[in-house]
Design a protein around this ligand. Sequence first.
Ligand code: KG4
Ligand code: ZN
Length: 334
Amino acid sequence: MILAVETSCDDTCAAVVDDDGRIHANVISSQGIHDAYGGVVPELAARAHAERCDLVVADALRTAGITLDDVTRVAVTRGPGLVGALLVGLQTAKAIAVARGLPLVPVDHLDGHLLACTLRPVAFEPPFVALVASGGHTFLSRVDDPDRIEELGGTLDDAAGEAIDKGARLLGLPYPGGPALEALAAEGDPEAFAFPTGAKVRGLDCSFSGLKTSLLYRIRDLGEAEATARRADLAASYQRAVVETLAVRVERALEQTGLDRLAVGGGVAANGPLRERLGALPAAVAIPDRSLCTDNAAMIAAVARFRPALAPEDVAGLEAYATGQRPPAAASAR
Ligand code: KG4
Ligand code: ZN
């Protein structure tokens, strides 16, 4: 049994997953304290993790019906993320590993989003093209096996989730913007406004900064009363542009790699219209349950099945990292 801890942003998460990728518990405690600030406040996130991390771990063990005696490995998110937040999870995981003499497996958060689809019941197997679209990162990879991941493209500016959150904010919606934007968009017409999808950016990279600016100008041009009256249409058209931006790159990646298997992960993969659009592609498409798309610890355990544990003498010195560790996309892939 793998016990995994994930505290990279504002959700305190712990999960219990077995070596076959079956989830026995997946506890996610959303902090809900950042809404008033319109974004995550790192210091507040770290303090909230410190307060609840032990409780969340205990909850995961209880839900799985096991004790620490049944745990055989401990997995933890090492980065990328907010360093203060990551440190809480790292200290928790290190303490459990050292006290119980258990192997500790450090895991990259983005690998978690990439390989969430390998968990049961989806149990998707490589090779596949993977799209990860989250609040902090957006990229396409080719996964030949869990240890052989090659980045094909990324974003030139904002991540897809960031674009969604910023657009939602312009429309006066609360943080995080994704679920609120999706709900408002459901009442609107996605074809009411034409927003750019960065189609001119060739290759597998995407760009969202033009889209965001275009929404800003559109709201300004409409004037306050009209923009308010047409909020749902603006939301639906904006969401459609984000979905299309991603979908076009996915289509190109499938074509370029010759693969007909696609995995999708990251918080934005919780979006209904994106799931529908990608699900209709002529490929075998794996999109995990919404709770496994947004941040969670089960996906961290999923990766730990394929990664080596640290040597015991390296556990104490294990540090967090704030930014991605991936090499840039291969030049040949562009
Ligand atoms: O993967 P994630 O939970 O955290 C990061 O690693 O960043 O992704 C969070 C992002 C946020 O930008 C949030 O607005 C977006 O995922 N998101 C959604 C939806 N649910 C969450 N975007 C669109 N539609 C949703 N239903
Ligand atoms: Zn994430």
